[in-house]
Design a protein around this ligand. Structure first.
Ligand code: F0G
Length: 471
């Protein structure tokens, strides 16, 4: 029976409803577990969601990386793999797709994003260099540090405030950057590390006006800009939605214009590009290309496969063309927002505005009684799993790691638990179930104490650290 008093979702949120521009052709069964099973699983995993077995997870929101569903066209592409060691036909398809949609001249394939980050950092960074960026990302910064560089955060202050509604919280603060360049000298800055969107800030975008102005500033000093293009398609959507003069432009047109202000990019193709594995680097400078193409054979594989199978490159080339489809990007971001709207209706604190790929729960505010070095966001991720089998991840003090100089924890302003939404995988009903579980955990917030870390690996500790409840 339809209850006439119940408004449609679209009406409740003041707009018409949207629906995914695809239908489901194949399904993968998932299973709900009992509270006892989850308790046992969590103990075995040391209260770290990265150490759970995926079979024990009901709705997996650990990451949007490599977890998307490929289309029937991409699967058809898998059958067309040319598995030649050298000169695979699929590489040339990939090269052409990157050149036409991102606009860079030279392309180097890598096994995933951090393979590309490694090559780029090693090629350009010398000990003593500074690498300014719009907030750190875990793997990006660790490669910059291993190469001898120091990352410097030059994002606008608004990005560090989860409640601030600035439409482009990923923007670079040009005054902070100018001050740094003057202070250390442009010769000590190999490049600006620019990410669109900014993962650790909540999937927040950079505006076209900001990248244009950044180009102007960098040209004055002769400093290069390299783009982490991992979620740049989602960034283009926010420009289309929010920036004057871009409402009528396609995602593809915005993407290529944005990239034109940068000297090159590295990519984790496991996100925007809709594949389960893969990455690439692309640059305009032929000398740098020569160096990267030479290094890739040492660390990843020959320069025409870079660690991917031919079939992977074919699926990736097709994924690039699907990724820029306006209807696809809109439905992907609207799904994330739908979950954000449900939580906001219950006054559960999340990072706002809702970004491109995930909901970030504000664990610092939810568990305001737990000190940051008792890991509130880690605790929240564990509680959510215990409640319903939903898996998210910590994006706070554990992810931030230790300062390599002092050895102390870094204390980021943002202490967040991320619920990342895989592309083309879950339905609106999964989002409803997720929201209700977050609400149950939120309602029990006062009973929670924090945790202590009982095992800590040296690099990227969040992946493998182990915890115990504080009693
Ligand atoms: N850059 C950004 C902005 C990322 O989000 C990631 C990965 C990488 C680079 C590294 O790429 O995983 O292919 O080696 N982010 C994943 C995440 C792990 O869950 O956010 P990769």
């Amino acid at each position: 029976m339809i209850n006439p008093k119940l408004k449609t979702m679209g009406e409740q949120f003041g707009r018409r409803s949207w629906a995914e521009p695809w239908k489901i052709k194949m399904v993968e069964p998932i299973r709900m577990t009992s509270r006892e099973e989850r308790q046992e699983g969590m103990e075995q995993a040391g209260y770290n969601t990265f150490l759970l077995r995926s079979e024990d997870v009901y709705i997996d929101l650990l990451t949007d990386s490599g977890t998307g569903a490929m289309s029937d066209r991409q699967w058809a592409g898998i059958m067309l793999g040319d598995e030649a060691y050298a000169g695979s036909r699929n590489f040339y398809h990939l090269e052409e797709a990157v050149q036409s949609y991102y606009g860079y001249r030279y392309v180097v394939p890598t096994h995933q994003g951090r393979g590309a980050e490694h090559l780029m950092s090693r090629a350009l960074i010398k000990p003593g260099h500074y690498i300014p960026g719009n907030m750190y990302f875990t793997t990006t910064r660790v490669h910059q540090e291993i190469a001898g560089g120091t990352f410097v955060d030059v994002i606008i202050d608004e990005a560090h405030d989860p409640a601030n509604l600035h439409p482009f919280k990923g923007n670079v603060d040009l005054d902070k950057l100018d001050e740094l360049i003057k202070g250390v000298g442009p010769e000590n800055i190999p490049y600006i590390s620019l990410a669109g969107t900014v993962n650790m800030a909540g999937g927040q975008p950079v505006s076209m006006a900001n990248v244009r102005a950044l180009r102007g500033l960098c040209d004055r000093y002769g400093v290069r800009i390299y783009l982490d293009a991992t979620r740049m398609v989602e960034n283009a959507f926010f420009i289309q939605e929010r920036e004057e003069g871009y409402g009528d432009k396609s995602i593809a047109a915005i993407l290529i214009e944005f990239c034109s202000f940068t000297n090159g990019a590295w990519m984790s193709a496991k996100k925007d590009n809709l594949v389960n594995i893969g990455g690439w680097l692309a640059v305009n400078d032929s000398d740098l290309f020569d160096m990267l193409r030479n290094m890739v054979v040492v660390y990843e594989g020959l320069h025409t496969y870079g660690g991917m199978a031919g079939r992977d490159m074919e699926a990736l080339a097709i994924g690039i063309t699907e990724a820029v489809n306006d209807d696809h990007v809109r439905s992907r971001i609207e799904q994330v927002r739908y979950l954000g709207d449900l939580l906001t209706n219950w006054d559960i604190p999340i990072v706002k505005p809702v970004g491109g790929h995930a909901i970030f729960l504000d664990a610092k505010s939810i568990y305001s009684h737990i000190p940051q070095d008792h890991f509130p966001a880690q605790t929240l991720a564990a509680e959510l799993y215990l409640d319903s089998g939903i898996r998210g991840m910590e994006r706070g003090i554990v992810s931030a790691g230790r300062d390599p100089k002092t050895g102390d924890h870094r204390y980021p302003a943002l202490e967040l638990t991320r619920l990342a939404i895989p592309r083309r995988v879950y339905t609106q009903a999964h989002m409803d179930v997720t929201a209700e579980s977050v609400k149950a955990v939120y309602d029990a917030r006062e009973q929670m104490r924090g945790m202590k870390m009982v095992y800590e690996p040296k690099y990227l500790r969040f992946f493998q650290a182990r915890f115990e409840h504080i009693t």
